[in-house]
Design a protein around this ligand. Structure first.
Ligand code: HEC
Length: 552
């Protein structure tokens, strides 16, 4: 039987679709099928069910961002002025923008989940929205049933593990038996913790809350009075919590978070407030980073956010009362072919008129100390202490010298621990051991005269996070060791761990040990408690606070 000669409209659709299908699929049956409109029931719902329901479906305990994509009334809801799905307009639909974002830290499903939507699947969602995002009313009732009991997508063979409810013992190199005590579970993406004088713990959650672990129990209600203009998206939101060195007298708590500036834009803010019982009072701005916008975003066009909205910010008070603050967000590098990822904001790390990609040093009121290395130089940001950083997610002061040490995320390979000197340049993105996520090298050189080399280098990446030098007496064999939280190794989800690094007296690395690997959790923070024990935060939807103690 001879095929009918297609008319112009069908031909155009054929061409569009064969582009869409790519070279992998041929055959007129499939091509003709694509002349049909995208069908919600058979094409979109299974996609959402497979890739999105896990976090945006009927299961309340695992739901993220209070977002449901399993029912029409939620999926089309007005979300504080922007819309998830705008029929006919993918560029105004948050669902499309987040699925297609060129910003890996912003993309859905999150890259930490370890699955990507294929180009075909993305094109399907786009077309469905373009064609009017038809979602038959009677499909709503069936939606919950469509959520697969176990996700049907091609899963990583490394399965999730739940943090045990009971204490358990791990075995490590220098100390044979270490007990791990789960203190609290059910936290949502905690970022940081700080110890109150009597041993209670303040914990931030990325979504925008500050929690209190008091007398051995996680207080169910978050603290009142924390800023409400938190932009929680991608890997940012509420971040650091730190106490003023004279907290016992002034009760001042410092917080860093991503502050909303309009719909989808943000910058990093440092605020402080007085802790009174379970509330923060008199919260005031201490320091707000100059936002760094790409032109399209500044003009209110553009895709989603840029650097400032995903910049990490850690804090550490120095013995002289000044405050070190990391300021990440210098993502993205232009490639040889002129294309770039992450809006190409990486070079801001070398720009002394920008806060992006720097370590800052502030007074406790947010002003710049006069002895900062670039203070008083016209055009330079006076808060800058060091430059050439990409995104520093961990910060700790050396227990003897007081020198700041910071861990920094490269994209793929090339994560660094840097010993920071005032005014020094750590090289990003001019020198780097990292690669773009799709393979090519970031930089032409690994090192260069006048730029600092890392003290510790990770290839592959471990996505280093919280950082602590151990100085306590409870684990004498670990004295002076550096502990680093690792979110994932070599871009494989569920490979997070707690890393222990041993240095000699010259600060040179001797050995590294990966601990808590069996938990398969992303480890977000590690701190030494006033009791000399180590406290660890996992970073998951149902995250835990753990305590490491010696087995006596
Ligand atoms: C592993 C969990 C996970 C999966 C799977 C996932 N998301 Fe998300 N999603 C999140 C988290 C966490 C947030 C909140 C942080 C953020 O905005 O990045 C979020 C936020 C969003 C938002 C922004 C909501 C708002 O109001 O700001 C959209 C839109 C979204 N997701 C769409 C999707 C789509 C579409 C899929 C499937 C293709 C998907 N997500 C899959 C975890 C997930």
């Amino acid at each position: 039987m001879r095929a009918k000669v297609p008319d112009a409209r069908v031909l155009a659709a054929l061409i569009a679709t064969s582009l869409w299908l790519g070279s992998a699929r041929h055959g007129s049956a499939q091509v003709e099928e694509r002349v049909e409109r995208v069908d919600y029931r058979t094409e979109i719902r299974p996609l959402f069910a497979e890739y999105c329901y896990e976090c945006h479906g009927p299961d309340r305990a695992k739901r993220e961002a209070d977002l449901r994509l399993d029912e029409k009334r939620f999926a089309f809801a007005d979300r504080r002025g922007y819309h998830l799905i705008v029929p006919g307009k993918p560029e105004e639909s948050e669902v499309w923008l987040r699925v297609a974002s060129e910003f890996a830290e912003d993309r859905m499903p999150p890259y930490t989940a370890g699955v990507d939507l294929s180009e075909e699947h993305k094109a399907l969602i786009r077309r469905w929205i373009e064609e009017g995002a038809e979602w038959p009313e009677d499909a709503a009732a069936e939606s919950a049933a469509a959520a697969p009991a176990a996700p049907r997508r091609r899963q990583s063979g490394i399965r999730a593990v739940e943090v045990p409810g009971e204490p358990f013992v791990i075995h490590t190199h220098e100390i044979a038996d270490v007990r791990v005590v789960p203190l609290a579970r059910g936290l949502s993406h905690p970022w940081s913790l700080a110890f109150l004088p009597k041993g209670d713990v303040l914990i931030t959650e990325r979504g925008g809350s500050l929690r209190l672990f008091q007398d051995g129990v996680l207080v169910p209600e978050p603290l009142e009075g924390v800023p409400s203009d938190v932009l929680a998206r991608g890997l940012s939101g509420m971040m650091e919590v730190a106490l003023h060195p004279q907290f016992e007298q002034n009760h001042l708590v410092y917080l860093t978070y991503t502050r909303k500036l309009g719909e989808r834009l943000g910058t990093v803010a440092l605020v402080r407030g007085r802790l009174e019982g379970t509330a923060l009072r008199d919260v005031e701005d201490v320091f707000v980073a100059d936002p760094w916008l790409d032109e399209a975003s500044a003009a209110g066009e553009g895709q989603t956010t840029q650097g400032a909205a995903t910049a990490a910010a850690r804090l550490a008070f120095a013995p002289d009362g000044t405050l070190f603050m990391t300021m990440g967000g210098a993502f993205g590098v232009e490639r040889d072919d002129g294309t770039h990822s992450f809006m190409g904001k990486g070079m801001l790390a070398q720009d002394l008129s920008s806060h992006a990609g720097k370590l800052l040093r502030l007074n406790d009121d947010g002003t710049a100390p006069k002895d900062n290395p670039f203070y008083g130089r016209p055009g330079y940001k006076p808060e800058i202490y060091s430059l050439g950083h990409r995104n520093q997610q961990g910060l700790a002061l050396h227990p003897v010298t007081g020198q700041p040490f910071a861990v920094e995320h490269a994209p793929q390979g090339g994560d660094e621990l840097n010993a920071i000197e005032p005014g020094a340049n750590y090289g990003w993105p001019i020198i780097s051991y990292g690669r773009h996520y799709d393979g090519p090298r970031i930089a032409k050189q690994f090192w260069r005269e006048g730029m600092k080399e890392p003290v510790v280098l990770w290839v592959p990446s471990i996505a280093p996070s919280g950082l602590t030098f151990y100085t306590g007496d409870r684990f004498p064999e670990w004295k002076g060791n550096l502990f680093v939280g690792a979110l994932m190794v070599g871009r494989i989800p569920r490979t997070g761990h707690l890393e222990r690094i041993v240095f000699n007296e010259r600060g040179e690395e001797l050995r590294r040990e990966s601990m808590l690997t069996e938990l398969r959790q992303r480890i977000r923070d590690v701190r030494q408690g006033p009791d000399g024990l180590l406290y660890v935060l996992t970073e998951e939807t149902q995250a835990a606070l753990l305590r490491l103690e010696p087995v006596e």
